[in-house]
Design a protein. Structure first.
Length: 90
C-alpha cells in the first residue's frame, strides 16, 4: 500500500514527482520536451516503479529537463517515501 509522496523540485534540470494511490498505473507528464522525449520519460518512470514492485499508482511528473539518472533517483525517492521501504537495504 502506498501513500501520497513527493520528490524533486521545479528547478531547471530536475523533475518533480508526485505519487498517489490508484488502481493500475497512470502517468501524467508535463514537460517542455514531451513531444521529443515524453514516451521515453514515461517508460523510465514506469520501469523504475515496476522494479520497486509498485504497480498501482498515479504519477504526476513535472519535468524541467531532467536527465535519466535524475528521473530514476526522484521516482525512487518518492517511492521510498510512499511505501516506507528502504530500497538501499536488504
Amino acid at each position: 500500500m502506498i501513500k501520497e509522496a513527493v520528490a524533486g523540485t521545479l528547478e531547471s534540470g530536475d523533475i518533480l514527482v508526485q505519487l498517489s494511490p490508484a488502481e493500475g498505473m497512470t502517468i501524467e507528464l508535463q514537460s517542455s520536451v514531451a513531444a521529443q522525449f515524453g514516451r521515453q520519460i514515461k517508460e523510465l518512470i514506469a520501469e523504475t516503479l515496476k522494479g520497486l514492485d509498485i504497480n498501482d499508482v498515479y504519477v504526476k511528473a513535472v519535468d524541467k529537463g531532467a536527465l535519466d539518472c535524475t528521473i530514476r533517483a526522484r521516482v525512487t525517492a518518492a517511492a521510498v517515501r510512499s511505501t516506507g521501504k528502504d530500497v538501499w537495504k536488504d
